[in-house]
Design a protein around this ligand. Structure first.
Ligand code: FES
Length: 114
């Protein structure tokens, strides 16, 4: 059974920020979206490019390789060429510290729908 792993202090990951941890054998990108924290696989479901360097507007990150867009809250894929949602991970904040549970959950959301 996986346990929550420490990511950073909330102050170290300000709104608009992203950091990447390795846990459970996976690279997990943790985003701060206007004070809410979300975690996804740091790997596009198209050809596995890291998503953390992608441009971001609110909850939407754009893959830097071919431009698929994903919702970091739901994992949903919003545009081609990717057609599979990205895994998401539970996140909690306790005493100003951000933690992720490295148990992937299938992202939800129909392909290419917001
Ligand atoms: S690797 Fe992300 S869209 Fe192709």
């Amino acid at each position: 059974m996986a346990e929550f792993v420490h990511v950073a202090s909330a102050a170290e990951l300000p709104p608009g920020g992203v950091t990447v941890i390795t846990a459970g054998g996976r690279s997990i990108a943790v985003f701060n979206v206007e004070g809410a924290f979300y975690a996804i696989d740091d790997s596009c479901t198209h050809e596995y490019a890291p998503l953390s360097p992608g441009t971001r507007v609110g909850e939407i990150v754009t893959c830097p390789k071919h431009g698929s867009r994903f919702n970091v809250r739901t994992g949903g894929v919003l545009s081609l060429p990717a057609v599979v949602p990205v895994n998401i991970y539970p996140v909690k904040v306790e005493d100003g510290q951000v933690y992720v549970l490295p148990e992937p959950q299938r992202g939800r959301g129909m392909p290419h729908k917001a």
